[in-house]
Design a binder for this molecule. Sequence first.
Ligand code: GLN
Length: 247
Amino acid sequence: MKKLLAALLCLALLSGGSAALADTIIMGTNAGFEPFEYIGEDGQPAGFDIEIAKLIAGDMGMELKIEDIYFDGLLAALDVGTIDFIMAAMTITEERKEAALFSTPYFDATQAVIVLEGYDGIKSIDDLLDKKIAVQDGTTGYFLVTETLNVSPSNVAAFKASTDTILELKSGRVDCIVIDSPVAENFLRAHDGMMIVEGLDMAVEEYGAAVKMGNDELLAAINATLEKIMADGTYAALIERFFGGEA
Ligand code: GLN
């Protein structure tokens, strides 16, 4: 039965014009967003999202291939079919829902503001308005700063890679970094001299896996695995492994 389902899914993927070979499914990610996706010691992508993607592929009876590309190119890659799905700590937003289909949410985060230790110039979100800010291109942090808050473009340093924001802050070229909270906490574990501004009233963001519009079969398979791992303890074990029990 499982084999039959897998075969049907293969057929569906092939007839959908997917880039994947019959037995391979391609996930797009941006492996510079630890602990969700990063390059492990063996040189291969690792992380919370990667583990979930492996389980999704496994349940489908398929081999997982990972394409590591810049975050702001992921939705376009999905659209042209070079990848079959995205797992990249991607927040489900109204705009993105016009470009892709999203799975059931699988993780909650907020934006966080990182400053150098001892800096007290930011006490509310509005205090960001006249600050120099480093962000990652195409992310919800980038949109918060450039669109919602409308910070002057000359005060925004946008980088393709999230980790490039750290040097910018440490060198004093910006006052702060705006980035997803779990990744901010991870930066702090790896780098001294920085802190997260407490008490900012940031909206909750939900992460989802994304598939191309119309690829309902793959979406159903992803949701089935998410539902299963949330019910059988696998998801909780991954949270423990990658976040030390906190999510
Ligand atoms: N969650 C943020 C977004 O969706 C950042 C994701 C990322 O940089 N990988 O825009």
